[in-house]
Every structure is written in structure tokens, then in C-alpha cells.
Ligand binder design. Structure first.
Ligand SMILES: *[C@@H]1O[C@H](CO)[C@@H](O)[C@H](O)[C@H]1NC(C)=O
Ligand SMILES: *[C@@H]1O[C@H](CO)[C@@H](O)[C@H](O)[C@H]1NC(C)=O
Length: 364
């Protein structure tokens, strides 16, 4: 074999192995093993009032929605509010629009749509806290006036949930729930949350009150086949004159999102005899909620470089260890946008390297 032939084969081999590594496996929400799991058989990290970002006292999050999604958050919780200045509009506010107004809901939905377009192998959930009992048809306008409309998933009545792989293949990758005023006839895709998902109490003032009981829907006494959500965030009270306002507890987030979260998750798994589908937190970058969710999904988790070092001194949980059957690691997880783009950026370097190699071997 002459040297040109050898270098050509070398080039081909490197090219094919790099390419097959990057392109051949379908990844669903960051892992190939999730592709065959039904939507209702996966655990998702949900950010409470995902849009309430910044240093504002009513903010529940530090990082933007795009950062959240890049780092592995797969559920967004929105509060629909009609601002007093424009009662026909739908804004995302927290606590009071006067305290925190993140603007028109359709604008935030556009941001989510942009992320979905850049991340074609991801399924997400949007949950609406319909604070002011808006009509479903009215809330639906925030979607129809946004770029998110083509991604809306509509669940066929009384059917089992599709797998993540099926949802990704269909392009319908946004599941939407609302906690009041669902209108199955007029807006079938904006589903009544409590027909599908029950949840633990959300109004917690100290870590001792995180309980594994069914809070909503109140009619449900024992868990049935429904999915469930664990609310794990704290409120404190702020007095504004005669008024008391609930505010998130940022300085306790690292503590709340660590052992306390792990403990409640473990307890709920025992009490409800099922792994949670949704875990909802404030300031998700504090503590280790993403690790807990990855463990529940039995997948490895690659910490995003853009995630700040955890302020928690607690070790990463070791007690949530679910027996992993038939598990053979076959690939490296590309779990977030930051890591993915760094792989893509390296590709041209690979090509240049290969071409140099070809030239070296062929003696040119
Ligand atoms: C998914 O299915 C497995 C196997 O049936 C079960 O052990 C696990 O609890 C389920 N997880 C969720 C989140 O439903
Ligand atoms: C978590 O549970 C363990 C075992 O029950 C307990 O010792 C510990 O104090 C709990 N931690 C928190 C933060 O609740």
C-alpha cells in the first residue's frame, strides 16, 4: 500500500468515526436511553416562575430561560396575568405585576421557540398557573401569536403517552398544562393539569413543611395512574404597608435544593410508590436538582460549564441509587447546548488536522 493510499484510509477512518459518533445516535432530552421512554415515564426539572429572573426581590430564578433550557431544565412554570394598564394582554408577572413584570407571554414563548428550533431533539413542558382564571381561548392567543405554535403537542384523548422519540420525530415537542379553566373542546392542547398530574403543597414557609401529600386536585385522595409534581421551594413574607407579599427565599435556595430536596424526593417515591415526573424549584442552579433528576432518569449528567459552582457543601447525593438493569454505557452524553456547540466548533479543527495528516503522509 503506498503512502497516499494509507493516508487516504486514515483520513476516511477518522472522518467516519468522528461523524458516526456525532450524528448516528438519536438523543432525546440529552440521552439515547430516553428515546424509547414514554413522556409520562421521565422526570423533568421545572423552574417555578421561570421568567422571573434577576435580582428583583420577587425573582425566583437567577438565569435566563435560555440558560435554564441549555442546562437541562425541561419544564417551565408561567403565571398568566392581565396587567392593569392593558387588561386584554397576557403578561408574565410574579407576585404582583408592579413588582415583577416580564412582559408579554408571547415574547417569552418566542424565546422558547427559538431554543426549540436550535435543539430539535428536546421535549419540554409548559405549566400555567392561571392566577386570574383567564379563559383558555384567551390564553391560547399568546401561543398563536408566537413562533411556538408549530411545536404544540396535542394529546389524543384516552391514549397512552407517546415516547420522547416519537414526539421528537413528529416535531410536536411542547406539552402544555393549565391549572384552571381548561377547555377541552375549544383548546384541546392546553390540558387540565390535574386530570394528568397531581401535586404536593406549594405554599411552604419553612423546610419542615415539605410534605408528600396530594394538595391539588383536592378531589384526589390516593395516587392513581396520574403523573405527579413535587413542589420544593420556599416563600417568605414581606410587609408592604398594610399588605403582606410572598417572596422567594433566595438565600436559602442552596440548602433547600440539596439534601432537603433529596429527602423529599425519596419520601415521595415511597409514599406515592412512583418516581416523580416533575420537580419544581426556585434558583435551580443552587444545590443539585439537575443531578437528582438525572439520577431518577438513570442517566449520566454532564455539568454545564456555564453552571456556577454549587454553593452547597453537601456531597452529591448517593442515596438515590436506582438499580440499573440492562445498562451498557455506549456513548458520551451531550446534554446541553454549551457542550454541544463546543463539539461542533471542534469539527473544523479535526478536518484541518486530517488534511495536514494526509499531506504529511503523502509527502507533499
Ligand atoms: C418509569 O418506568 C419504570 C419501569 O416501569 C419505573 O420503575 C419508574 O418509576 C418510571 N418512572 C417514572 C418517572 O414514571
Ligand atoms: C434528610 O434525611 C436524613 C435521614 O432521615 C436526616 O438525617 C436529615 O436531617 C435530613 N436532612 C434534611 C436537610 O432534611
Amino acid at each position: 500500500m503506498n503512502s497516499y493510499c494509507f493516508s487516504f484510509l486514515c483520513y476516511l477512518w477518522i472522518y467516519l468515526s468522528v461523524f458516526s459518533f456525532i450524528h448516528c445516535e438519536q438523543h432525546c432530552n440529552g440521552d439515547v436511553s430516553l428515546c424509547s421512554r414514554s413522556y409520562s415515564n421521565v422526570t423533568y426539572l421545572v423552574t417555578h416562575d421561570s421568567y422571573a429572573v434577576g435580582s428583583n426581590i420577587a425573582a425566583t430564578q437567577t438565569l435566563s430561560i435560555t440558560d435554564q433550557l441549555n442546562q437541562g431544565v425541561r419544564g417551565l412554570k408561567f403565571s398568566a396575568v392581565a396587567p392593569s394598564s392593558d387588561p386584554a394582554a397576557i403578561h408574565l408577572c410574579h407576585t404582583l405585576c408592579n413588582l415583577l413584570d416580564a412582559g408579554p407571554a408571547s415574547k417569552t414563548l418566542d424565546t422558547v421557540a427559538q431554543w426549540l428550533q436550535e435543539n430539535p431533539d428536546q421535549v419540554i413542558t409548559i405549566m400555567w398557573n392561571n392566577l386570574y382564571d383567564m379563559k383558555a381561548t384567551h390564553l391560547a392567543m399568546a401561543y398563536t401569536t408566537s413562533k411556538i405554535a408549530p411545536y404544540i403537542y396535542e394529546h389524543p384523548k384516552d391514549q397512552p403517552w407517546p415516547t420522547l422519540g416519537e414526539m421528537i420525530a413528529s416535531g410536536k415537542r411542547v406539552v402544555n398544562f393549565i391549572d384552571s379553566q381548561a377547555d377541552e373542546e375549544a383548546v384541546p392542547w392546553l390540558m387540565d393539569q390535574f386530570s394528568f398530574v397531581f401535586e404536593t403543597p406549594y405554599d411552604n414557609r419553612n423546610p419542615d413543611t415539605f410534605k408528600c401529600v396530594i394538595d391539588r386536585p383536592t378531589s384526589l385522595k390516593v395516587p392513581d395512574g396520574r403523573m405527579y409534581l413535587i413542589n420544593h421551594f420556599l416563600y417568605g413574607n414581606l410587609r408592604l404597608g398594610a399588605m403582606e407579599v410572598q417572596i422567594p427565599q433566595r438565600d436559602q435556595a442552596a440548602m433547600i435544593n440539596s439534601e432537603s430536596l433529596r429527602n423529599q424526593t425519596m419520601e415521595c417515591i415511597q409514599v406515592f410508590d412512583k418516581i416523580p415526573n416533575f420537580i419544581e424549584v426556585d434558583f435551580y442552579e443552587q444545590g443539585y436538582p439537575l443531578e437528582i433528576v438525572a439520577q431518577l432518569n438513570q442517566i449520566d449528567w454532564v455539568k454545564s460549564e456555564s453552571l456556577p459552582e454549587t454553593t452547597s457543601t453537601l456531597p452529591v447525593p448517593t442515596t438515590i441509587r436506582i438499580q440499573r438493569h440492562h445498562w451498557i454505557p455506549t456513548h458520551i452524553i451531550i446534554d446541553n447546548g454549551a457542550f454541544k456547540s463546543s463539539v461542533q466548533l471542534n469539527l473544523p479543527l479535526f478536518h484541518i488536522g486530517c488534511i495536514l495528516l494526509v499531506f504529511t503522509f503523502s509527502g507533499l
